[in-house]
Design a protein around this ligand. Structure first.
Ligand code: GLN
Length: 260
């Protein structure tokens, strides 16, 4: 049965394994931004061993996680869920993958102990853990649907992500480390999918990213291009300005010890 046009169905992937740095806050933001516009978010969880029903969801969410939990997720996704997620995005569903989830949405992640975790290959990116962790506030100029805006977040990752030659980065690093601390790129986008290192969580301070994902999800649901009515984002913008200021102030560090 298809959902009404004012409902977005979100599939929260591996909520028990991939959930660090308050990533559930991202889903709370999606729910509220729909509710404020008289629409609703239906959240369904798919954990280890659960199937993903083809065509059912408009938006997929993969949060951040520690290496040992990522290994569990990688193994489960290799049993078929990964292929289902790739098909869903190829068919127009949206996806947000943060940090550990971003790494596993790519080709593979070689973790801190050298463990090779296969990714689902949706995003043209490959990640290998480095000798230190890249931690701190980060500010990027991100581009979605041809529009560029400043996006602020917090990163904490050992992984260094390298994009394929034809891949499109989510953004350009203005302050912080981003994909690998060298290339000046942050994250990757493909169709209606975003992979990024930005926690925070990401969406409370960057409502433009939240609304882009919701517009994509509604376009998947309705088959039509959707423009969402604007909201008063004064508080969110103020919060982003604080984070952007911290990032520009150079509050980042490389921490030796690669665990997590
Ligand atoms: N375990 C991964 C890394 O350290 C991802 C961490 C995260 O999701 N914050 O690179």
């Amino acid at each position: 049965m298809s959902a009404p046009d004012d409902e977005v169905r979100l599939c929260h992937l591996y909520p028990r394994e991939l959930n660090i740095y308050a990533d559930r806050g991202n889903i709370a933001v999606l729910r509220m931004r729909l509710a404020w516009r008289g629409m609703r978010l239906l959240v369904e969880e798919a954990g280890v061993g659960d199937p993903v029903a083809p065509g059912r969801h408009d938006l997929y969410y993969l949060g951040g996680g520690q290496d040992r939990d990522q290994a569990i997720v990688a193994e489960d996704m290799a049993r078929g869920k990964g292929r289902a997620i790739v098909s869903a995005v190829e068919d127009g569903a949206a996806l947000l993958a943060v940090c550990g989830g971003y790494q596993l949405a790519g080709h593979r992640y070689v973790g801190v102990d050298g463990v090779v975790m296969p990714g689902i290959g949706l995003l043209d990116a490959e990640t290998t853990a480095g000798d230190d962790r890249l931690i701190g506030d980060v500010l990027v100029e991100a581009t979605l649907d041809g529009v560029s805006r400043e996006v602020a977040g917090f990163e904490n990752h050992a992984g260094r992500t390298h994009l394929g030659a034809g891949a499109t980065a989510f953004g350009r690093v203005l302050a912080g480390f981003g994909n690998d601390g060298r290339s000046g790129t942050e994250g990757v986008t493909y169709r209606r999918a975003i992979g990024t290192y930005l926690h925070g969580p990401l969406l409370p301070r960057n409502p433009w990213v939240a609304d882009t994902l919701l517009a994509w999800a509604l376009a998947h649901r309705t088959g039509e291009r959707v423009t969402l009515p604007p909201l008063d984002d004064a508080l969110e913008d103020a919060a982003r300005a604080v984070a952007a200021g911290r990032a520009r102030g150079g509050r980042q560090e490389r921490l030796i010890g690669r665990r997590a």
